[in-house]
Structures are given as structure tokens and as C-alpha cells.
Write a protein that binds this ligand. Structure first.
Ligand SMILES: Nc1nc2c(ncn2[C@@H]2O[C@H](COP(=O)(O)OP(=O)(O)OP(=O)(O)O)[C@@H](O)[C@H]2O)c(=O)[nH]1
Ligand SMILES: [Mg+2]
Length: 190
């Protein structure tokens, strides 16, 4: 199971703008879908809507050096029963985000299993560690607590975020977009 033809067609509509494939992974309920939605719509959705399988979103932005890029975002359902599709959606990504909930340490501990599965198919791409729901924990986040995964799996930096306040949302997507490859063969033609 992977992207359907219909989903691939959405990508082709973005014509001349290069497309970058990114993923969001992590345990159920950590806030992935809310985060992507916040970025795409600018709104915070307080409702709990479990992702069945995978969600797809597309948004064009500018990299720090002024290049347009369309991010094609795969937001993976965190429930254990959807684990079998993870590698199919992660494969071929240019960059990604592994996410946990700052209010639930178990979601950080269990993230190691995700990173193991993901690194099997994309051993070298940049992957950010995203700590979500910062608004619920205040400023007392002990960043040192979350360094072991970064070191063990060569992740990019930890970004603390809140889909409620918007903290870290643009930073995360800009960080991902900035990994847009320079080489033309990476650009997807329509
Ligand atoms: N206070 C607060 N609540 C949040 C934040 N982000 C998400 N939530 C809430 O957390 C709940 C779960 O969020 P989702 O975005 O559905 O989580 P998910 O990671 O997509 O979950 P799965 O689809 O099951 O993998 C929802 O009720 C959200 O409104 C945040 O930054 N702050
Ligand atoms: Mg979701």
C-alpha cells in the first residue's frame, strides 16, 4: 500500500514548482495532524480526530534563499494497526519529522521504534525531532532529556512546538523546505 494514482495527480498540478516529499511520524494523539493543519490553514483544531492510515497535504512556501517549493506532506496515523504502511510512505522522502507529545514521555520513548523503522528505508535524509504541545508544559522543558535519539539516529535538532500558539510551526516547515536539493534531477516535472 502506497500513494494512489489520484494522490500522485494532486502533485502534478503544481506545475513548475519543485516538489519535496516530507513525512510526519509518531505515536497516536501527539498532535501531527493538528500541526500540519495549523500550517496549512493557520487555525488550531482542538478536536480529536484519529488519522486512519495516512493524511496528505500540500503547501507551497519559500526556502530561506528565496526558492519556491511545494511541500508534499504525508502525515502518518500513529495507531499501531497502521504501522505496516509507514515504510511505504516514508520511502523516497527528502526530509521528515518524528514527533512526540511533551506531556507524555511514553511518546518519546516509543518514538525509538518509529525511528528504527524509518531509518531502514531512509538512512541518510534529514529528520527533525519535534516536541509538540509546548503550550501545555510551559518553559520548563529540559532539552537534554531528548538528546539521545538525536545522537543515536543522527537526527536534526529538536524543535519545540505548539499548534495552539503557533510556536515552532513555521520554523519546522521552513527547516524542512531548506533541504530542497539544488540538483535539477531532484525536481519533479509535471
Ligand atoms: N493544547 C494543545 N493540544 C494539541 C496540540 N496539538 C494537538 N493537540 C490536540 O491533541 C489531540 C490529538 O491531536 P492530533 O493532531 O489528532 O494527533 P495525531 O498525532 O495526528 O494522532 P493520530 O492521527 O492518531 O496519529 C487533538 O485533540 C488536538 O487538538 C497543541 O499544540 N496544544
Ligand atoms: Mg493524525
Amino acid at each position: 500500500m502506497g500513494p494512489t494514482d489520484e494522490e500522485e495527480e494532486i502533485i502534478d498540478n503544481t506545475s513548475q514548482i519543485p516538489v519535496m516529499k516530507v513525512f510526519f511520524a509518531g505515536e497516536g494523539g501527539v498532535g501531527k495532524t493538528t500541526f500540519v493543519e495549523r500550517f496549512v490553514t493557520g487555525m488550531f483544531n482542538p478536536d480529536m480526530i484519529m488519522t486512519i492510515g495516512v493524511n496528505h497535504a500540500v503547501k507551497t512556501l519559500k526556502t530561506s534563499d528565496g526558492r519556491d517549493v511545494t511541500l508534499q506532506v504525508w502525515d502518518l496515523g500513529g495507531e499501531e494497526r497502521f504501522r505496516f504502511v509507514v515504510q511505504n510512505y516514508v520511502r523516497g522522502s527528502n526530509a521528515g519529522a518524528v514527533c512526540f507529545d511533551l506531556t507524555r514521555m511514553s511518546t518519546y520513548i516509543n518514538l525509538e521504534e518509529w525511528v528504527e523503522i524509518i531509518r531502514e528505508v531512509v538512512p541518510n535524509i534529514p529528520i527533525y525531532l519535534i516536541g509538540m504541545k509546548k503550550d501545555l508544559v510551559g518553559d520548563e522543558v529540559e532539552i537534554a532529556t531528548y538528546q539521545d535519539l538525536i545522537q543515536k539516529y543522527h537526527l536534526e535538532k529538536l524543535i519545540l512546538t505548539s499548534s495552539m500558539t503557533g510556536e515552532g510551526v513555521d520554523e519546522t516547515f521552513l527547516s524542512l523546505a531548506n533541504h530542497l536539493p539544488i540538483e535539477p534531477e531532484y525536481f519533479r516535472k509535471s
